[in-house]
Structures are given as C-alpha cells and as structure tokens.
Design a protein around this ligand. Structure first.
Ligand SMILES: Nc1ncnc2c1ncn2[C@@H]1O[C@H](COP(=O)(O)OP(=O)(O)O)[C@@H](O)[C@H]1O
Ligand SMILES: [Mg+2]
Length: 236
C-alpha cells in the first residue's frame, strides 16, 4: 500500500519557485531516498511535506491531501521531520529532548518504554542522558535528533542529511541504527542524503533531483548499475 505520494509538487520561497514538479511514492513500511547536488531541492521537498514551505501540486498521505496543512497538524498525523542541522534543543538534557519528542502522546508507560528503546538503539545517548544537548558531539546530536523523532511514534520519518559533517564511522553507525529501527518498527522513511553509498544501505529505491525536478528514479539495484550515478554519487 502507498503511504505517501507526491504528484507534481512545486514549492516557493516568496516569489521564487524552487521545485518545478517533484513526484515520488513511499510505500507503507518502505524506505525511499532523495539524492541530488547542493541546491537541487531535496530539503525543500521535505519542507513541502511537513508544511514549512508554500507548495503546489498534491501531497497524499494515507490517501488524504495534506498539502498546505500546518506543521503541527502534519506532525499529529504521524509524520516526523528530522531537519538538516538536527534542531535538537541545546538547553535541555537528552532525556528532556526525548520527552519533548513525545509531547503529543499521553501514554506514559509507552513513552518510558520508547525512551528505553531509543537508548538501546543509540547506546551513546544512554551515557549522556543527563547532558545538555549543546554538550553533545555532532554524532550524538544527530542520534538525539533521530531518537526525538522516534518518540513521536510516527508512521513516516523524513530524514535530512543525517550524515552531514560526521566522521565516516559515526555516519555509518547512525545509518546502521536507522536500518535496525526500520526492520524492527516498520516506520516508513524518506531519506535525503548526499552520500549515496550510505543511503543505499537503507533505501529500496531513490529519486535523483536536479534543479527542482526528478531526473532519474529507480530501485537501489538499478541506480547502482547506472554509470552516471556511479560517477556522480558513488565515487567511480
Ligand atoms: N529560505 C530560502 N529562501 C530562498 N531560497 C531558498 C531558501 N532555502 C533554499 N532556497 C533555495 O532553494 C533551492 C533549493 O534548496 P534546498 O531545497 O535547500 O536544496 P538541497 O537541500 O537539495 O541542497 C536552492 O536554490 C536554494 O538556494
Ligand atoms: Mg538540503
């Protein structure tokens, strides 16, 4: 079943149009990648879904058009956005950040057991549970940003460049944890990533954006086999 479907989505910053018709489909429980150079419109595509940029076209979530919905409403429907730059709260501790992620929930026991799950998924956070967000390393902040999103119990996770600025080994362990989350929870994922090698460890298919529109879409295996993808995104 299809969970999310974008059809000819456009987006604007003021009068400037930056998406010119982006289409993609995320199956229920599936993971789909968005690749592309800097400025191609990857972040804006996620913002169009989460309601933080003015958008046209249609954005169907569970068959309902959510385009133009307010960000709080989109979040309440089960879409959690891990933004570029992470957006963890520096003045709050790790545990407080996790509780903030669950602010729409009322099931106290479920919240506590999901905090445990997050700390199991990212053991480094357990060691830092009382630390302020601002005291964490870049990798720990990224783990916290993902964990906080999980705390909302979403059906769909929007991930924006989770590997950005991280050492390769840290980026790999973040993606391994997200892969485990995917297998264990069935949460669907739309994954923006410039590092296609990492993205391909997680996603089943991907679309490449070029200046605000889809250039190439295919399964991970198809994309890996294409010379232009290998040259541009896989280092040879
Ligand atoms: N807040 C903004 N105001 C105006 N233009 C923006 C803003 N954010 C991004 N853009 C422009 O929109 C285009 C797409 O940006 P973005 O979605 O951030 O690309 P990507 O995430 O693929 O690097 C770029 O040309 C960028 O300069
Ligand atoms: Mg971006």
């Amino acid at each position: 079943m299809t969970l999310l479907e974008l059809k000819d989505v456009t987006a604007f910053y003021g009068p400037v149009q930056v998406l010119e018709g982006v289409s993609l489909t995320v199956p229920d429980g599936g993971a789909v990648g968005i690749l592309g150079a800097n400025g191609a419109g990857k972040t804006t595509t996620l913002r169009a879904i989460s309601g933080t940029v003015r958008a046209g076209g249609s954005i169907l979530f569970e068959g309902k058009d959510i385009r133009g919905s307010k960000p709080e409403k989109v979040a309440a429907m089960g879409i959690a956005h891990v933004p570029e730059g992470r957006g963890t709260l520096g003045g709050l501790t790790v545990r407080e950040n996790l509780r903030v992620g669950a602010y729409l929930r009322r099931d106290r026991k479920g919240i506590e057991s999901d905090i445990e799950y997050c700390l199991d998924l990212f053991p480094q956070l357990r060691d830092r549970i009382r630390s302020n967000g601002s005291a964490l390393s870049g990798g720990e902040q990224q783990m916290l940003a993902v964990a906080r999103a999980i705390m909302a119990k979403p059906r769909l996770l929007l991930l924006d460049e989770a590997s950005l600025g991280l050492a390769p080994s840290t980026a790999k362990s973040v993606y391994e944890a997200i892969g485990r989350l995917r297998r264990e929870s069935g949460i669907a994922m739309l994954v923006v990533e410039q590092n296609a090698n990492l993205a391909f460890t997680l996603v089943d298919s991907a679309t490449v954006l070029e200046t605000g529109h889809n250039a190439i879409t295919g399964s991970t295996a198809e994309l890996r086999g294409m010379d232009e993808i290998r040259r541009a995104y896989l280092g040879g």
